[in-house]
Design a protein around this ligand. Sequence first.
Ligand SMILES: Cc1cc2nc3c(=O)[nH]c(=O)nc-3n(C[C@H](O)[C@H](O)[C@H](O)COP(=O)(O)OP(=O)(O)OC[C@H]3O[C@@H](n4cnc5c(N)ncnc54)[C@H](O)[C@@H]3O)c2cc1C
Length: 379
Amino acid sequence: MLDVLIVGGGPAGSVAAAVLARAGARVRIVDRAVFPRDKLCGDTVNPGTLATLSRLGLARAIDACGLPVEGMCLTGANGATVEGRYPHGQIGRALLRRHFDWMLLQDAVAAGAQFESGVAVRRPLVEAERVAGVRAGGRGWECDMRARVTIAADGRHSTLAFGLGLARHPARPRRWAVGAYVEAAGQSTSSQTLGEMHVRPGRYIGIAPVPGGLTNVCVVKPWRPGDRAFGDPREMLRRELARDPLLRDRFAGARAAGPTVVLGPLAVDVRPCTIEGLLLAGDAAGFVDPMTGDGLCFAVRGAELAAQAALAALEHGWHGVHDSLAYQRRAVFAGKWRFNRTVRALVASPQALSVAAAGARVAPAVLRRAIAYAGDCHQ
Ligand SMILES: Cc1cc2nc3c(=O)[nH]c(=O)nc-3n(C[C@H](O)[C@H](O)[C@H](O)COP(=O)(O)OP(=O)(O)OC[C@H]3O[C@@H](n4cnc5c(N)ncnc54)[C@H](O)[C@@H]3O)c2cc1C
């Protein structure tokens, strides 16, 4: 029997698989997609994520092909602009998620993990109140896949976490993301090596130049019942850029370089898992909002913690494994969760945003520190 079955070959699944395979576990990743595959994302990998990947020996290819991101440029509706470079020369990278995820998956396979694509997990196999694997299928077939440990790394809309009643979409925030690659976008007035976040009342726009002369553009905004704009996402994205005084000229001549993707509702609340046989990693363990551009940091570091929990369960049994994982996640992430909540509250309130913008003009150092913190930089 397999030691560990990992559902999802995104960054969380691949990192968990690499850690487990190197420790000698028999690991298989399954994913319903055929790789390399696209994934809607801002495409920036912050310095903290890169540091974790470097420590795990998984960053070489990413460093070689991603564009450098030396910090962030934030703008507000009233024209306030703050640029902050990451401290001590730390950098992040910008690259297409189809390439980032594919590199990590190949690293996991090189470490000894098996990988099967085109396998859609339908539901968990629950036996005697523990998860014993999954029911999965592909074109014209369906079967049970059993393992001593199952790791749900199947993303924001996790079949396993929702299927077991661990996850739900909260009533608030109720934001959706619309994103696309465009070509022939004009250059930013700030440095080309800064990621961009343009915060406007009720919405924000993330922009990142990526390799191949493309620019990644994502708009995140609330969706309300009857809102028809989401019915034509390409037009919605075009209109958001065209109505923005800071961005309209820059994107006037831009052309879509692929489909426009819509995703939502973004926020998913997930209860800590206490079911034997199952561990959660990445967005499957909870996701709120991509505002701070650090989802990959949670995914990568959380996957490493989940892999260590899986090794403990394989060696000593399940007693205390979930408690210990929950404790470690809190120890590593609690400060960041609080920070992200504060940033989201600022974005949701026009008054708070104006106060923050005014404060940033008087004391930009505070915002620069926040940019470093959002980037998970080592101070
Ligand atoms: C608009 C937007 C912008 C973002 N921008 C950034 C950013 O710039 N920087 C950053 O760090 N983070 C960003 N994030 C967050 C980041 O994208 C996620 O945190 C990250 O992708 C989580 O990785 P994961 O491995 O948990 O899940 P995913 O990357 O979603 O991978 C999950 C995998 O599971 C597979 N899967 C799903 N269901 C099944 C099933 N039933 N059976 C088999 N396989 C299945 C999928 O095919 C997929 O390959 C952004 C998110 C959004 C929505």
